[in-house]
Every structure is written in structure tokens, then in C-alpha cells.
Design a protein around this ligand. Structure first.
Ligand SMILES: C[S@@+](CC[C@H](N)C(=O)[O-])C[C@H]1O[C@@H](n2cnc3c(N)ncnc32)[C@H](O)[C@@H]1O
Length: 424
């Protein structure tokens, strides 16, 4: 790799820290998202069994202006334990992230300037969890990045839980981005970045109607701010990964994907309602199915995966009587009102197109009882107590159907009650 201080990527993020954030906004909202929402980490990497009061140390590698570090630190503070280490090469990005933490009064984040490739030498200790969102695809040697991150995990992660949350760009949804980058390099690649921004805006306004970027309705980041425009169109170094390429990158660090988010986006059946066409995929493995879904929809701009050491068991929570369904960021009661009726259907926009998911009859009564503390077993029991004609096994099957749809859309996750964490 180029010397860290000569790295054009570092220079870019010194001048245009990403994403554009105003620390003053912390007073009114918390930016949340994937990966690294605490409820997702618990669900996808700890089978629902994570009590951060027992200790939890997270690294946000390439933390930028702080979205993941601030979200996770805030959630950990509210959950009563754990700490975050933020690491980035850009001091300008770090200043904004630090100001955001200060605005929230967070004291559980440590800020470090440096390269994730130098983690071995930074002496930060082993981590239970590492966020690396939108960073690996900017490295000269992404497999070296995957290896460095994997080495920074605690050695017992494969057995006790934990792992990584990773986001990389995906090519099909970014159709038109790379030719635009190449044109801008031809026109103004040797000029200062601020001038390149002006050229990019000028060219954008004059793109012919046939241009694929102009025709791509899924790319709009450049309209938000100069930082977003630079990140999208004037990047010093970026590449994107198809599902199979991403799945080949992780083993460089002896890692494997445990789940892609949102799961429904990676299921061909979410897009193709034709059993005859889907039949050959029934026997395919999860990567092949996900690759098919990516080719089919054609709109994926990024891939988010939770990853674990290759030798780890299945870390993903599964629905059973002891699991507590949680719906972070949603209002289950309001959703229940929307989905009342004998044949409820949930319609959502998935990768740019409206999709409808049929739901079981008991959807609304289930959702009215999802409060983040009741288990699936208790919810089923409560419904059966009200309706003597309801068979508990049939009710459980209906809950499983509801869970499959809502989890697929990342609307429902599972947790275990603290104190019952060791039980199955
Ligand atoms: C696209 S931004 C993503 C920021 C943040 N993770 C997010 O998703 O909002 C990429 C960030 O990675 C940082 N970065 C790039 N290469 C790095 C490296 N080798 N070590 C540490 N940080 C790096 C950049 O400085 C930049 O802040």
C-alpha cells in the first residue's frame, strides 16, 4: 500500500469528510442503520444472546464522520455497558465524529487516527465486534484489509459470538457510476478536487439522456452535498463486488458471511413468483441464491453482511418459544392496525420496486403483543388463552410465517432475555 500519508484516499477524506454531518443535528435525531445496530449484532452474531453489561468492545474501522460509532455508542450507553473504538485515517472526519459524541455526552467512545491495515501495531486489543462500512472497497488491497480486521477480533469470537458487520459497493445498482468517474478523470483528473466538483456538476447537467448514470434512478448521492458527490463520482479509488466476489473476499480473512441484509433482498423468490423457474434454485446454496437475486433485480448498490470466523457455528438467532421478538425503529401496534383483516399483505418497496408479501391471519394480534419483552412462547400462549379453539402449534406456525417476512425485511429481530442468556 502507498504510505498512509501519501494515500490519495486519505487526502480525499481530509478535504471531504464523509458523510456530510452537522454535530448540531445530534440534538434532534440519531442516525441509525445497518450494519452495527445493536439489535442486529445481537441477532446475527450472538443468536440473540448478548448482554453488553458483561462487557463488549467494538471497533468501527474507517468510521468516517461517525454514523456507526455514534449509533452504537449511544445504544451501548442506553444498554448499560460496552465501549467503542473509532478508527479512521482522516483527522477531519474524526473531528466531526468527536464533536457528535461530545454533543451527545457520550463517554464510551475512544477516537484513534490511523489505518486499519496497521491494526496489528496500534495496540488497541481484541474486539468482540468490528464495523467496516464502505471502506474495504477503497483499499488498494481489500483482502489485506479483511485479514487485518479478522486478526483484530478476539480469539474466542468463533466460540462465544461476535464478528464483523461489513458493507461493500455492488456493481449493478451503480450502473453508470464508473464510466462517469472515468470521464471526470479524463476531463479534470489533474485539477484540485474543488475544481473537479464543479466539472462533475457541469457534466452531470449535460449528460445525454442515453447515459446510464442519467438513466439510473437508484443513484442520487451526488445531489446531497459535495462530500457525497466526491465520494460517488471523484473517488481516488473504489471498486464494487458482486455477491460471489464479496463471498470470495471474506475468506481472505478466514471469514464467512453469516447473513446478508436485508435477507429478503437476497431471496430470488422475493422478485420472481414462478415456482417452475425457481425450482432449479431450491437446491442451490445461499451464495448462489443471493447471486441470482442480485442478477435478477439489477438494482443493488451495496451489500451488507454480518461475517464470522470460518470455523464458527451458526451465530444467527432462530425463532423459538424462548426468543423475544424486537422491532427496532418500527411501531408494532401501528403496523398491526395497518395489517388487521383476514388476509393481510405487506407491501414494501424493495430495491426500487413494490413487492407484496402475504402474511398469516394472526398477524395483527401477534404484532399487538410484540413489546420487546414478551417471548414468542408467551405471545402464542396469550392468544391461545383468549381463543380456546386456537391450536398452539398452528399459532406457532403462523408466527414463524410472520417472522420470515418481517425478518426478511429487517423489521423483526430476536433477542433473549438477560438472565436467560445461557438457556437454549
Ligand atoms: C466512504 S467513508 C465511510 C465512512 C463510514 N464508515 C460510513 O459508512 O459512514 C470511508 C472512510 O474510510 C476511511 N478509510 C479509508 N481507508 C482507510 C484505512 N486504510 N484505514 C482507516 N480508515 C480508512 C476514510 O478516511 C473514510 O472516512
Amino acid at each position: 500500500m502507498a504510505d498512509q500519508h501519501d494515500d490519495p484516499v486519505r487526502r480525499q477524506y481530509e478535504q471531504f469528510p464523509y458523510p456530510h454531518r452537522d454535530p448540531g443535528d445530534e440534538a434532534t435525531r440519531l442516525v441509525t442503520g445497518s450494519p452495527s445496530h445493536l439489535a442486529e449484532i445481537r441477532h446475527y452474531l450472538y443468536a440473540g444472546r448478548l448482554d453488553v453489561r458483561q462487557g463488549f468492545k467494538a471497533l468501527v474501522a474507517g468510521g468516517g464522520t461517525g454514523d456507526a460509532a455514534i449509533m452504537l455508542a449511544q445504544q451501548l450507553a442506553e444498554a448499560g455497558g460496552g465501549e467503542v473504538v473509532y478508527l479512521d485515517m482522516s483527522t477531519a472526519a474524526r473531528e466531526i465524529a468527536e464533536a457528535r459524541a461530545a454533543a451527545r455526552g457520550l463517554t464510551n467512545v475512544a477516537f484513534v487516527t490511523g489505518s486499519l491495515l496497521a491494526l496489528d501495531d496500534l495496540g488497541l486489543g481484541g474486539f468482540d465486534y468490528i464495523d467496516c462500512c464502505g471502506v474495504l472497497h477503497h483499499l488498494e488491497d481489500p483482502p489485506a484489509g479483511a485479514r487485518a480486521l479478522a486478526r483484530a477480533l478476539r480469539p474466542d469470537v468463533a466460540t462465544v459470538g461476535g464478528g464483523l458487520g461489513v458493507m461493500v459497493y455492488a456493481p449493478y445498482g451503480r450502473t453508470g457510476v464508473y464510466p462517469m468517474q472515468q470521464m471526470l478523470a479524463q476531463l479534470a483528473g489533474d485539477r484540485p478536487l474543488a475544481e473537479q466538483v464543479a466539472v462533475a456538476r457541469r457534466l452531470w447537467d449535460r449528460l445525454p439522456g442515453s447515459n446510464w448514470l442519467r438513466r439510473n434512478p437508484f443513484v442520487g448521492d451526488h445531489k446531497r452535498s459535495d462530500a457525497e458527490l466526491v465520494d460517488l463520482l471523484l473517488h481516488a479509488r473504489d471498486r464494487s463486488y458482486t455477491v460471489p466476489e464479496f463471498a470470495r473476499l471474506l475468506p481472505a480473512g478466514d471469514l464467512r458471511p453469516a447473513a446478508f441484509l436485508e435477507p429478503a433482498r437476497y431471496d430470488p423468490a422475493s422478485y420472481l413468483n414462478d415456482p417452475k423457474l425457481l425450482r432449479p434454485l431450491a437446491e442451490a446454496g445461499p451464495i448462489e441464491r443471493a447471486a441470482f437475486a442480485e442478477r435478477l433485480t439489477g438494482t443493488m448498490k451495496k451489500h451488507i453482511a454480518y461475517a464470522v470466523p470460518a470455523g464458527a457455528g451458526d451465530p444467527v438467532a432462530r425463532p423459538n418459544d424462548a426468543a423475544v421478538p424486537v422491532m427496532p425503529g418500527s411501531d408494532p401496534a401501528a403496523l398491526a392496525d395497518r395489517l388487521a383483516g383476514a388476509s393481510p399483505t405487506l407491501t414494501v418497496t424493495l430495491d426500487g420496486e413494490k413487492r407484496s408479501f402475504p402474511l398469516p391471519r394472526l398477524t395483527a394480534p401477534f404484532l399487538r403483543r410484540v413489546d420487546g419483552t414478551r417471548t414468542i412462547g408467551e405471545i402464542v400462549q396469550a392468544l391461545c388463552a383468549q381463543d380456546a379453539g386456537l391450536d398452539p402449534d398452528a399459532a406457532r406456525r403462523q408466527f414463524d410465517q410472520l417472522y420470515a417476512v418481517l425478518n426478511g425485511l429487517n423489521l423483526m429481530l430476536l433477542a433473549r432475555r438477560p438472565g436467560t442468556l445461557a438457556q437454549s
